[in-house]
Design a protein around this ligand. Structure first.
Ligand code: PMP
Length: 361
């Protein structure tokens, strides 16, 4: 069977070059007589992969020297609880912007550990936009401000970062990391589950500013939940998810060698998103669900207005080799996740299908 175009929100499509290279190296990696999966995480052979992955990520995202990169398991969801348990310790207060389901979960988790302020939310409009924010939304003595930069379910994204003054900004970048350049120095902490733009599921990348590592975590916090455990051991305190880290290194090499870096990645991603939104805006059958100003470059959400027709759309799209287009149940309709690895040809095929479907319905 030919490969389909997979619009899944995550785990999602990986670059073909990466999959082919991984397939070629699956049985024997280099001259080492073993697969990466079989290597000891303490071996010299694996250590080269680990260090290469770290330095590729630093180079790709231009991460300043006063930040550590940590590889942690437990998904992005575990960060919802690690962040407050590690960082809610100066005033014991934090601000959360709730712009979708994942930031709501992060907020609810943090509320177990301190005084957490709902700084702003767009729940009243079913998260179809990012709430308006200014400094008055935030507590001046907050330990941090938390946002989710791209809302995977609702198809919205922050177009500008909130001004938090000296309070560290923490961003869940699970569904937008590596899609465009970011100024890491604007953040205290960035985290992302890898299953969208980075690697297979099972790994979460955390980029944390050194001074935040000095904060006193909650008393009796598990060793495995302390950022310092990972920072002090170069993420090798216990068995690291070695194959994921290897896959991330391959994806980062693909971004460098085939795409040409994050500026080029952004241009490619914006062109894909523009094509799709242009179709939604011009073909009368389709209605966007996210407000124009806040539309995501990664997750494109739309409906026909008729749930039966939406179902028919998804079924016929699947038959045409366009997979996983059903929207999340909180929004309904359709969602096309067009992460980095979705080739422009996949978006072209979807747009052609959408026009044809509209003509026939
Ligand atoms: N944050 C965002 C923005 C997400 O899209 C997701 C998963 N789709 C999560 C957090 C949760 O990630 P995980 O399943 O890795 O815990």
């Amino acid at each position: 069977m030919a490969r389909v175009y997979n619009f899944s929100p995550g785990p999602s499509t990986l670059p073909e070059t990466v999959l082919k290279r991984a397939a070629g190296e699956l049985f024997e990696y280099g001259p080492h007589g073993q697969s990466v999966m079989e290597m000891s995480h303490r071996s010299k052979e694996y250590d080269e992969i680990h260090e290469r992955c770290l330095s590729l990520l630093r180079e790709t995202m231009n991460i300043p020297d006063n930040y550590k990169v940590l590889f942690i398991q437990g998904g992005a969801s575990m960060q919802f609880s690690m962040i407050p348990q590690n960082l809610l310790s100066v005033s014991g207060k934090a601000d959360y912007v709730v712009s979708g389901q994942f930031s709501l979960k992060a907020y609810q988790e943090a509320a177990k550990f301190g005084k957490v302020n709902l700084a702003a939310t767009s729940k009243d409009v079913n998260f179809s936009r990012i709430p308006k924010l200014d400094k008055s939304n935030f507590m001046p003595d907050s330990d941090y401000v938390h946002i989710c930069q791209n809302n995977t379910i609702f198809g919205t994204r922050f177009t500008e970062l909130p001004d938090t003054g000296n309070v560290p900004l923490i961003s869940d970048m699970s569904s937008c990391i590596l899609s465009e350049p970011v100024d890491v120095s604007k953040f205290g902490l960035i985290y992302a589950g890898t299953q969208k733009n980075m690697a297979p599921a099972g790994l979460c990348v955390v980029i944390i500013r050194d001074d935040l590592l000095e904060r006193e975590p909650q008393p009796v916090l598990d060793t495995m939940l302390k950022y310092k455990t990972y920072a002090d051991s170069n993420s090798l305190y216990n068995t690291a998810p070695t194959y994921n880290i290897y896959m991330l290194a391959l994806v980062l090499e693909w971004i460098r060698d085939e795409i040409g870096g994050l500026e080029k990645m952004q241009i490619r991603n914006q062109a894909k998103a523009d094509k799709l939104y242009d179709c939604i805006d011009t073909v009368p059958l389709y209605k966007p669900t996210a407000q124009k100003e806040y539309r995501s470059m990664m997750n494109v959400t739309f409906v026909t207005g008729n749930p039966e027709l939406d179902k028919k759309f998804c079924a016929e799209a699947r038959a045409a080799g366009l997979y996983n287009l059903a929207g999340h149940r909180d929004v309904g309709g359709m969602r096309a996740s067009i992460y980095n690895a979705m080739p422009p040809e996949g978006v072209d095929a979807l747009v052609a299908f959408m026009k044809d479907f509209a003509d026939k319905n």
